[in-house]
Design a binder for this molecule. Sequence first.
Ligand SMILES: [Zn+2]
Length: 459
Amino acid sequence: MTTLHTNLVGDAYTSTHHWDLLCDLVDLDNRMAGQEGEVEGAELVKDAFETHGLREVAINEFGIPGWWRESSSLTVEHDRTHEFDAQHETVALPGTPSGDVDAELVDVGYGLPKDFEEADVAGKLVMASSMTPDDYGRWIHRAEKYGAAARGGAVGFLFRNHLDGNLPPTGSIGKEDGPGDIPAVGVSKEVGDRLVRYCGSGETTARLTVNCRNEPATSRNIEAVVGPDTDEEVLVTAHVDAHDVGEGANDNGVGTVLVAEIGRLLVEMEDDLETRVRCLVFGSEEVGLFGAYHWAETHDMDAVKCIFNMDGAGYSRTADVYTHGFDPMGEAFAEVREELDVPVEIHDKIRPHSDHWPFVQKGVAGMQGRSIAGESGRGWGHTHGDTLDKLDVRDLRDLAVVFTAGVYKLAEADREIPHKSVAEIRDATVEQGFEPGMRNSGTWPFDGEGQTTAAEADR
Ligand SMILES: [Zn+2]
């Protein structure tokens, strides 16, 4: 006997609710945090929750440092003047200030801490790769490279992609309360490789011009509940905001539509559900997990049994989950793997990225649901290439079944999922080598009372 009734599985395998909602979300074109598309995306999610029969459907607003893209260009002097101002060559990174700087261009390779120690970046335009070598031991986030450049006195920052396809990478470098310190753009691998060649053959100067608007904005979370009126609840989450350069189909349209689909399937089996489930779609993940921090700061964490956050799912049907050491959550998914006889990858490592992190850092039991992707790194994510055509409704159906079964088990009354102390989470984060990078990018949350939100946390 499986957790989900076979007729419900049949329903899930003929469903197009998630795919249809995904089409509507990508057709908004731009769901950037605090902007019109995010507002409309929230309305679409709200409508889906209502249509599917979830209760207490609500949208709750909060403030964020808003950022609007205008134009940017990079002009490089090397024998002649080269202009890189097309969208496939450069894109401004969200949270950058406006600026117009003219300086020597310095290539710091991967932008590892030792690369910055060896380079003199004061007064220079600094370029670092989006890649971290496999043997380095820990992944170096964009925000850490940007922070090292700014602290070293650089006047501008270029983030070059390591993946082909004329796809400049985006990603926020803003701070909790406003823009970052120096102007920053992503450049495609093709432009980046050319600039590496120029830097290697003599002094190269460049002019970086970034125009954008930094103003306070309003973002929102969308939520609804299903199941009995219990003291505790299980949170099922994702984020509806997306970077403006692509469609945000995978990151995180998929997570958003899976929240709605899991909610729909749970409504179908509501009488059997033993703990209330809250379907919760955050705003403003990509610019600093603002929606998740806002929710965690304004609710009683003792009432949260656990959080299951989907971000990074959709490029295959094979679920890939991270438990942060909350073993009973992993056990629930191991049972699903057994029952359905399908592969589910279960890891017990910390992932201090995405919307579960504001909860996990407080000791709340939390898990990230992803799916196995063919390549390492972000792949199409955070580029113009994050579009619907890379996805397949059959993968959404498989993931919906596995994740719904997992959530159902998390909600079982006799399945105890104890929280951990903040010290235990901190120690695990230190042990797993995250501390230096989080300190370098100003996102280490364990020193004082305050919460930290910053771009480092994205996915
Ligand atoms: Zn994401």
